[in-house]
Design a protein around this ligand. Structure first.
Ligand SMILES: [Zn+2]
Length: 281
């Protein structure tokens, strides 16, 4: 019955190359191209088990990673954007917002919530890059300001997770005002001696970097995050010089004194807990 016995030895297909796996079960790392089972990827906090590439994730994933048993209460969940300038580019701004809401299931580029992290009460605001490039308009500013108010009122630490392309051009000047508003609120938190940790993820740029993202008692970043104000091309053209290697990477920014430390996402919850534990003693 030789039909049923394998004659050639050593014909082996590594599990990740087996074809019969249904779509969506495998994640391919964009950096090292290794295929990882989505369950394993999730278990590793959406980092690559081979090269440690940190996949860009959104507010929901951060809330699940940080809040105990994923139990949290969202603040201002339904707040959505107006159109103060009647702005039109290729689309009317309200149409663009509506289309993005439908596509992402989000109301704007930030979500805020309170809950417990390893038993410690905390308020967290996390940005969603999928919503118009994580741009900061009035809603983002207002929701962050209100989340800070919540922290103040309940005397609990505030964690901001930034991932943003900067100000939202469709709200122009109104976007820029959010920088002053959030910064002023953070000053109140500082006066009340309530800790504020700012986590910068890939990418954090523009008006977000120029306001709340860099105002933490601790400014920390995820590995490999791009952090800057203007993009490298604009800077190169302005100063007329080539930029150093690794310019605007988290490592570079840390080396130049703008960050306190870089934290692997897998250790984020525990590191934050011990840091805040020390600050509250
Ligand atoms: Zn990888």
């Amino acid at each position: 019955m030789s039909w049923f016995t394998r004659k050639d030895k050593g014909i082996q297909t590594p599990t990740e190359f087996k074809r019969e796996a249904p779509d969506g079960l495998w994640y391919q790392c964009p950096s090292c191209k290794k295929a990882i089972h989505t369950r394993e990827h999730r278990l590793f906090a959406y980092t690559c088990s081979n090269c440690n590439y940190h996949e860009k994730i959104g507010s929901q994933d951060y809330f699940e990673l940080l809040f105990d048993q994923t139990r949290y209460t969202e603040l201002d969940a339904l707040m959505s954007s107006g159109d103060p300038l009647n702005f039109v580019d290729t689309k009317n701004y309200p149409d663009r917002v509506k289309a993005t809401e439908l596509k992402t299931g989000l109301k704007d580029a930030v979500r805020s919530a309170y809950g417990e992290m390893n038993g410690m009460p905390i308020t967290v605001a996390a940005m969603d890059f999928s919503f118009i490039g994580g741009s900061m308009g009035s809603v983002v500013g207002e929701k962050i300001a209100r989340a800070i108010d919540y922290s103040l009122e309940h005397k609990q630490p505030f964690l901001m997770i930034s991932r943003s392309g900067g100000a939202r051009m469709m709200e122009a000047g109104f976007s820029l005002m959010q920088m002053a508003k959030t910064s002023a609120r953070l000053a109140l938190l500082d006066e009340a001696k309530i800790p504020y940790i700012s986590l910068l993820t890939d990418p954090t740029t523009g008006g977000v970097t120029a306001s709340f993202a860099m105002l933490g008692d601790f400014n920390i970043a995820e590995p490999g995050a791009l952090i800057g104000f203007a993009g490298p091309r604009v800077i190169r053209e302005t100063i007329g010089k080539d930029l150093p290697k690794g310019f605007q990477s988290a490592d570079f920014v840390l080396e130049h004194g703008f960050l306190d430390f870089i934290v692997d996402r897998k250790d984020l919850k525990d590191k934050l807990t011990s840091l805040l534990g020390m600050l509250q003693k």
